[in-house]
Design a protein around this ligand. Structure first.
Ligand code: ADP
Ligand code: MG
Length: 263
């Protein structure tokens, strides 16, 4: 498991059996890559006070699509992603996420660990008993998917923030990741880097659409790339729809908030 940059949750780190929805162990047949039902996550504060962070979240993400998760700061987006990644154990409810799954963190400077792009993408392949040629071929294919084929020998410290994110995604793809969990990757990026990363994610789904991505963002302009999206508030999924409907929903919410303040 790689805790720096992306990490892939390997089979020996599978979520505990109680968190797998019995009817969804065959997620491939159901056409669903991620499914949660009545998912709750609470933390225990002082004096054993239980504070709910995620409340009764139920949603699904179809295989091979790019879905986005939006909502105000502190509403629980990162917590939800961590539960999906298996980093946090739900208090109750059911979670199914197709495997292998990878989590990519927000800060591009935490994403890359090796001196060159090639070495970094190959990093997770070290324990798979692959030949040198097999490793090179997987690295080349993954870098091609994120549009970084020409950067094979580049020192990673010379890359932009978005390029580092794309290298991290390539690392996950090289390890045959099936679900990408991406937490606000574009927060620190300028516009061209931002769209470079989104294009890379979209391309990573592959022609055969065997990779699924859940993308947390607060940048509304990214919604046009989404196959679908969720809007969260106060730990709850309040809407699941296509990108345009979510965009209109958020804009309406923002204008009624501004009207309330002005009045
Ligand atoms: N380990 C923790 N201890 C206390 N509060 C936490 C912890 N993790 C998350 N929270 C709280 O849970 C809420 C949701 O956090 P988070 O998932 O990071 O939101 P978002 O990613 O939407 O900004 C916030 O109010 C945050 O303060
Ligand atoms: Mg967050």
């Amino acid at each position: 498991m790689r805790l720096v940059r992306s990490f892939t949750v390997t089979p020996h780190l599978l979520s505990p059996p109680h968190s797998i929805h019995p009817s969804r162990i065959d997620g491939i047949e159901s056409g669903v890559a991620i499914e949660c039902s009545n998912l709750n996550y609470s933390i225990t504060k002082k004096q054993r006070k239980l504070v709910p962070i995620l409340r009764d979240c139920s949603f699904s993400v179809p295989l091979g699509q790019l879905w986005m998760l939006l909502g105000p700061n502190g509403c629980g987006k990162s917590t939800l992603l961590k539960v999906l990644a298996g980093l946090l154990k739900p208090t109750n409810g059911h979670v199914y996420v197709k495997r292998p799954k990878s989590f990519v963190f927000q800060n591009p400077d935490h994403q890359v660990v090796m001196p060159t792009v090639e070495a970094d993408v190959a990093f997770g392949l070290g324990n798979l008993n692959l030949t040198h040629d097999e490793v090179r071929s997987k690295v080349a294919k993954a870098l091609d998917a994120v549009g970084m084929s020409n950067y094979l020998q580049r020192p990673v410290q010379t890359l932009s923030g978005g390029q580092k994110q794309r290298v991290a995604i390539a690392g996950a793809l090289a390890e045959a990741c099936k679900v990408l969990l991406l937490d606000e990757l574009t927060t620190f990026l300028d516009e061209s880097d931002q769209f470079g990363v989104i294009e890379a994610v979209k391309n990573s789904l592959g022609d055969s659409r065997d990779v699924t991505a859940l993308w947390v963002t607060h940048r509304l302009e990214e919604l046009e790339y989404a196959d679908g999206a969720f809007y969260m508030e106060d730990g709850k999924i309040v809407m699941q729809a296509d990108g345009v409907s979510i965009l209109n929903f958020i804009k309406n919410r923002q204008s009624s908030y501004i009207e309330r303040i002005n009045s």
